[in-house]
Design a protein around this ligand. Structure first.
Ligand code: MTE
Length: 326
C-alpha cells in the first residue's frame, strides 16, 4: 500500500503498491538506490539495504495471556492459523515487505510507556503495566481487512479503547484522538528510509474511539502480541482498513483538530482519514469487491463496514460530505 511523494532524487514513476506490484516495487527500490548513489548518497542507500537484510534477533518470548471471549462479536468464518497471522505483516518500521517478522524480533517491548497528552484533565505518562492493572482484558474475534484486499480472522486480547479514553479524562472540547507509534531508528531499520513521514500516526474521532468495537490489543491467540503484530499495544478497529490499526503505540493525544495520518501524508487520494471498508468503493488502483483470506487464499466477498455495520454505521449517518470509504 505504499505510495511515496517524489523527492528531487527519485526516479520517475516510482509509484509502488504492495502485493501485486511487489516485484515491480523491488525493481523500483533498486532503481532508487542507484539514484541515491548517483546523487552522492550511496552510503545512506547501502545502509538501509543492509538493515533490511539484518538477521533476525532471537524470537521474542510471548507470555501466556488468558481472557474470556466476548460472545457479542462473531466472525462467521474460521480463525486464521496463528502462524499465518504472525508471518504475513505490514509494519513499515521494519521493512516494506510482508516478511518483517524476523527483523521485528529486535523490538524491545518492555519497559513500555504510553503518554496521554493534549486536551485531557491531567497529561501524564503511564507504564503499560500500570495501565493494564486498570483495565479488564477480554478476547475479541474480529475480521481484519487490509486495504490491499487480503483479510484474516484474529482472536485479539485487549480492552475497549473507550476504557483508555475514560482513564485519560479528556476535556469536553476534544473531538479527535491521535495515536503515535514508536519511532526508534536503533531498533527499526525502516526509520532510515527518509521518504516516509515518521513516526507512524493514526487518528479516530472521539465518537469512533468510544465505539465499543474500537479495541486496544495486547495479545492474540492466548499470548502477548508478537512484535511484528504491534507489541506491546496496538489499535484494532475492525470496520476500517487495517492501516488505521496503529501498532506499538507510545502516545495518545486528545485534540480538536483532525489528525494528519501517516498514509494521508504519503497519498491522501488513496488512503484517507476515514478508511471504512466498502466493497463498492474501489481503491484507485484495484477493486475492493473481494478479499483473499490469508492461510487458505480463498476469495470471499468484502462486506460493507467489514460486516460491522450494525455497530458502526449510525456514526456516519450525518457525514454525507466526507470521503468515508477510501
Ligand atoms: N502500524 C505501524 N506502526 N506501522 C505500520 O507499518 N501498518 C498498518 C497497520 N499498523 C502499520 C501499522 C497496516 S498497512 C496494516 S494492514 C496492519 O497494521 C497490519 O497488521 P498485521 O500485520 O498485524 O496484520
Amino acid at each position: 500500500m505504499f505510495i511515496h511523494r517524489r523527492k528531487g532524487w527519485e526516479i520517475a514513476g516510482s509509484r509502488v503498491t504492495p502485493e501485486a506490484a511487489m516485484l515491480r516495487r523491488r525493481a523500483v527500490l533498486g532503481g532508487a538506490a542507484g539514484a541515491l548513489a548517483a546523487a552522492g548518497m550511496g552510503r545512506k542507500a547501502r545502509a538501509w539495504s543492509l538493515f533490511d537484510s539484518t538477521p533476525a534477533a532471537p524470537p521474542a518470548v510471548l507470555a501466556p495471556l488468558a481472557a474470556q471471549r466476548d460472545p457479542r462479536y462473531l466472525a462467521g468464518r474460521p480463525l486464521t492459523p496463528a502462524a499465518a497471522v504472525e508471518s504475513y505483516n505490514n509494519f513499515y518500521e521494519f521493512g516494506d515487505g510482508k516478511d518483517i517478522a524476523g527483523a521485528a524480533q529486535a523490538l524491545k517491548t518492555a519497559p513500555w510507556t504510553v503518554t496521554i497528552a493534549g486536551m485531557v484533565k491531567t497529561p501524564r505518562t503511564l507504564g503499560l503495566d500500570d495501565l493494564l492493572r486498570q483495565v479488564k482484558l477480554e478476547e475479541r474475534v474480529y475480521r481484519h481487512r487490509c486495504v490491499e484486499a487480503w483479510a484474516m480472522t484474529v482472536p485479539w486480547i485487549g480492552f475497549p479503547l473507550a476504557d483508555l479514553v475514560k482513564l485519560a479524562e479528556p476535556l469536553g472540547s476534544a473531538t479527535f484522538v491521535k495515536f503515535t507509534t514508536l519511532a526508534d531508528p536503533r531498533q527499526m531499520p525502516g526509520l532510515h528510509k527518509p521518504w516516509y513521514p515518521w513516526p507512524y500516526t493514526e487518528g479516530l474521532t472521539m465518537q469512533e474511539a468510544m465505539n465499543d468495537l474500537a479495541f486496544l490489543s495486547v495479545g492474540m491467540y492466548g499470548k502477548t502480541l508478537p512484535p511484528q503484530d504491534g507489541a506491546p499495544l496496538r489499535l484494532t478497529v475492525p470496520w476500517k482498513y487495517g492501516f488505521k490499526s496503529a501498532k506499538s503505540i507510545v502516545r495518545v493525544e486528545f485534540t480538536n483538530m483532525q489528525p494528519q495520518t501517516f498514509w494521508e501524508q504519503l497519498q491522501d487520494s488513496e488512503y484517507g482519514f476515514w478508511a471504512n471498508v466498502n466493497p463498492a468503493v474501489p481503491h484507485p488502483r484495484w477493486s475492493q469487491a473481494q478479499e483473499r483470506l490469508i492461510g487458505t487464499d480463498e476469495m470471499v466477498p468484502t462486506q460493507i463496514w467489514n460486516g460491522y455495520g450494525e455497530f458502526v454505521a449510525a456514526m456516519y449517518a450525518d457525514k454525507t460530505k466526507e470521503r468515508l470509504f477510501a
